[in-house]
Write a protein that binds this ligand. Structure first.
Ligand code: NAP
Length: 246
C-alpha cells in the first residue's frame, strides 16, 4: 500500500489578503503549512490555531536572509523538507516616478524581488536533494504591462517573472517547477487607498467587469502546486478577469 506523504507548504505574507487565502486553502486541504507573517501577527496565529497539528505561524521579514533561513530551519524541523513554496509577500507604492527616491526603490526591490530570491535560496537546495518541488511566485498584471505611477512596483513584479522563467529552466532537470500567478486587481488592503473612481475605471477595463477575490488567486496557486500541473513550468498564469489578453 502506498503511504501518501503530507505536502509541506510555505506561504510568505500569509497574514492578510491573498497570502492568507492561499495559506487557508492549503490548510483546509490537510497539508502541513507554514504561515509566514512580518508585522501582522494576530490573523496568522489565529489561522495556525485552527490547524494546530499541521500548521505553524512564523514571523520573518522575507527581505532578510538570516530571518528566512531561521524560518525555513524551524519549518523543516517540524514538518520535514518543504516541497511547495508560494512567494506572495509584497509591498506596493503609488507615486510619480519623479517623486520616487532610492529608499523607495530599495524597499520595493528588497521585499518583492530579494524576498523571492531569499526564500528560494533557503528552500531550493533541499528540493534538489528530494528531486521534487513546486514554486509559485506572485507577480502582477503590472509586471506584464506596466502601470503609470507604479513604475517601481511594475519593475519589481516584472523582475519576478524573469527570475521565475530562468529558475524554471535551471531547476527543470531536478523535477522542480517554477511558475508565476499574475493577479489583476484584487480586493485587499493593498488597494485600500485607490479612489472609488479609479476602481470603477479598472472594472470598466476588465472584461469580467469586477475586481478579483483572494480565493480566486488561491485556487490558481493551489492548481499550480498540485500534481495536475506537473508538466507546467516557466509560465505566467493571469488571474485577472481578462484585464490582460495578449
Ligand atoms: P496585502 O493585503 O497588502 O498583504 C501583503 C502581505 O505581505 C501581508 O501579509 C504582509 O505581512 C506581507 N509582507 C509585506 N512585507 C513583508 C515582509 N518584508 N516579509 C514578510 N511578509 C511581508 O497585499 P495583497 O494584495 O494580499 O498582495 C499579496 C501579493 O499579491 C503581493 O505580492 C502583491 O504584489 C500581489 N498582487 C496583489 C494585487 C492586488 O490587487 N491586491 C494584484 C497583483 C499582485 P505583514 O502584514 O505581516 O507585514
Amino acid at each position: 500500500m502506498k503511504v501518501e506523504m503530507k505536502r509541506v507548504v510555505l506561504v510568505t505574507g500569509a497574514s492578510r489578503g491573498i497570502g492568507h487565502a492561499i495559506a487557508k486553502r492549503f490548510c483546509e486541504a490537510g497539508d502541513n503549512v507554514v504561515i509566514n507573517y512580518n508585522k501582522t501577527e494576530k490573523p496568522a496565529v489565529e489561522l495556525a490555531q485552527k490547524f494546530p497539528n499541521s500548521s505553524l505561524a512564523i514571523r520573518a521579514d522575507v527581505s532578510k536572509f538570516d530571518q528566512v533561513e531561521t524560518m525555513v530551519d524551524l519549518a523543516q524541523r517540524n514538518f520535514g523538507p518543504i516541497n511547495i513554496v508560494v512567494n506572495n509577500a509584497g509591498v506596493a507604492l503609488w507615486q510619480l516616478f519623479t517623486e520616487a527616491d532610492e529608499t523607495e526603490f530599495d524597499r520595493l526591490f528588497s521585499v518583492n524581488v530579494k524576498g523571492v530570491f531569499n526564500v528560494c535560496k533557503a528552500t531550493v537546495p533541499q528540493m534538489i536533494k528530494c528531486k521534487t518541488g513546486k514554486i509559485v511566485n506572485i507577480s502582477s498584471v503590472w509586471g506584464l504591462v506596466g502601470a503609470s505611477c507604479e513604475v517601481l512596483y511594475s519593475a519589481s513584479k516584472a523582475a519576478v517573472i524573469g527570475f521565475s522563467k530562468a529558475l524554471a529552466k535551471e531547476l527543470g532537470p531536478s523535477n522542480i517547477t517554477v511558475n508565476c500567478v499574475a493577479p489583476g486587481i484584487i480586493d485587499t488592503d493593498m488597494n485600500g487607498k485607490i479612489t472609488k473612481e479609479t476602481v470603477e475605471k479598472l472594472k470598466q477595463n476588465t472584461p469580467l467587469a469586477r475586481l478579483g477575490k483572494t480565493d480566486e488567486i488561491a485556487d490558481a496557486v493551489f492548481f499550480l502546486a498540485s500534481d495536475s500541473a506537473n508538466y507546467i513550468t516557466g509560465q505566467v498564469l493571469g488571474v485577472d478577469g481578462g484585464f490582460v489578453i495578449t
